[in-house]
Every structure is written in structure tokens, then in C-alpha cells.
Design a binder for this molecule. Sequence first.
Ligand SMILES: N[C@@H](CCC(=O)N[C@@H](CS)C(=O)NCC(=O)O)C(=O)O
Length: 292
Amino acid sequence: MTYELAIGDRSYSSWSLRGWLLFEKFGIPVRVRKGDLYSDDLQGLLADFAPARLVPAIRTPDGEVVGETIAIAETLAERHPDAGIWPADPAARAMARYVAAEMHSGFRDLRNECPMDLLNSYEDSRPSVAVLADLARLEEIWARARGRFGQSGKWLFGNYSAADAFFAPVAARIATHNLPVSTLAKDYVDMHLQDHAFRRWRAMGKAENRVLSVYAMPYKQKPWPGPAPQPAAATDEPSINRTCPYSGKPVTHSLRLNGQVWGFCNPFCRDKTMHDPDVWPAFIQMVEHQQA
Ligand SMILES: N[C@@H](CCC(=O)N[C@@H](CS)C(=O)NCC(=O)O)C(=O)O
């Protein structure tokens, strides 16, 4: 038995992103089950995670259901004390818990006015005074965390911690809504956009190929503010490999990248790879092995 994680649409569900990062960044195996937001599909999924009423929700290997992202973080930290979910230093850990809890319960104006949408990015936006106040508060706590505890790495408390998972969707909001922030905050936002786990999540969201127009904003679009993925395209050509790099099953769907054709055992795994080929370790290993 492994953990199960219920999530919503990857392009839009900011809390699902946080919940998934808590597994992905700390090497905890999990079976992800996705439901479409605002649909019976999600309600059906959540019925299997009773009494959860929102995503993310998890089921532990021994069958306990936990909802609320902050409770999921604490449950995983308790069950995996060596995973580094919270910083090892007690003072850093205290502040990391504090800022993650503040994210969990606060920043409502930023969250309401600037929804997470990993499919779109805007030239400008008109942040309200309340959103600017949320940004000022973020600047304050990010600068304090980095200044006091950030020497050993590039994340808020040095190494990546649950606090960074909690702020990943905020980083996406700042970047895609082009919100005004300091250089220090922008550097931290860029860390998230470059992070391979974050990029895997975004690539999977693109592979889901589901657009929720309710999140569209009336602003001029700009290119995605993170690293531009290598161009790859779906193809029917025969692939170099016969088995899928992820499952070992026979190839059924292929993509073309840098003049070579690679195969996968289902359309989702082909498409998630196609949308950002550089961030999938098993795929990269296969390509490098073939080229060696
Ligand atoms: N406080 C909750 C918030 C979770 C939440 O708002 N999830 C949204 C998706 S991002 C949801 O499940 N929406 C479905 C609905 O409202 O029916 C947490 O920390 O997990």
C-alpha cells in the first residue's frame, strides 16, 4: 500500500499543487487520482476520500484520510521525519511553520483577485490596494526568512521545505499576473518557475488539456515567464525505444524531439513529456543512454 492523493485540475488547483509538491519534493511515493474541478467527477473522487470535501486530500497507507494542506504537511512530516519537510534547525522550523500557516489562512485578496492559471500569462494587471498589501507582507516574510535562514541554499530556509511548497502557487501568480515585486522576491519567484518538480506539474496540466474559461483575465497575453520548454511534437512515426521509459510497457504514442522519435505507453505520458522534455528523469536517462 502507498499513499493516495486526490487533486483537481493541475493548471488551476493551487492547493492541489501544494499537496503534490509535499510528496514530489521529498521523495514520498504516492498514487495521484485526479478529478475535474467543479464537476461530478471531483465529487465522485472526493466521495472515495470521505470525509474530505476539497482537494487535496490524502489517504495514508494505513487508510487514514487527511484533508487541509497544512494538516497533510504535518502528517507527512510526522510520518517521514528524515525527509526534510520542515527545516532541521528549530528556529528555522518555527518560522517555516509560521509562514506556511499564514499562507494557509491568509493572502485572500491575492488569491481571489489573481487566480493561479498555469496556461496563461499577462502583460499587465491592475492589482488592488489590498493585493499590493498582500505583496508587501510577502516581501516582508520572504526577506526575513531568506535573511535569517536562507544562507545554505536558495529557498526561503536554505533547502526546499514545506514553506516553499506553500508559496509555489503564489510565485506563479506573481509571475503570470506580472505583479510588482522587489528583486529579491523576483529571484525567489524565478526559483519556483525553474524548479523541475513545478515544471513537471505544469507540463501535466498542459497534457490534461482542459481550459476553465472562468479563470481567463481581460489582459494582454505575454509568453510564459519561466524557462521555454524544448520544442517537441506528437507523431505517428516509429520510435527508437520499444518500451515506455516510465512503465516498461509497449509503446503506443510517440513524440519527435531534436529529430528523434521517442515512444510512451499512453497519450498522457507522451503529452506531459512533450510539454517540457527536460524535466523527466526517466525520459532523460533513456535519451542519454541511447546517445552514449
Ligand atoms: N483550505 C483547503 C483549501 C482547498 C481548496 O480550496 N481546494 C479547492 C481547489 S484549489 C477545491 O477543492 N475546490 C473544489 C470545490 O470548491 O468544489 C486546503 O488547505 O487544502
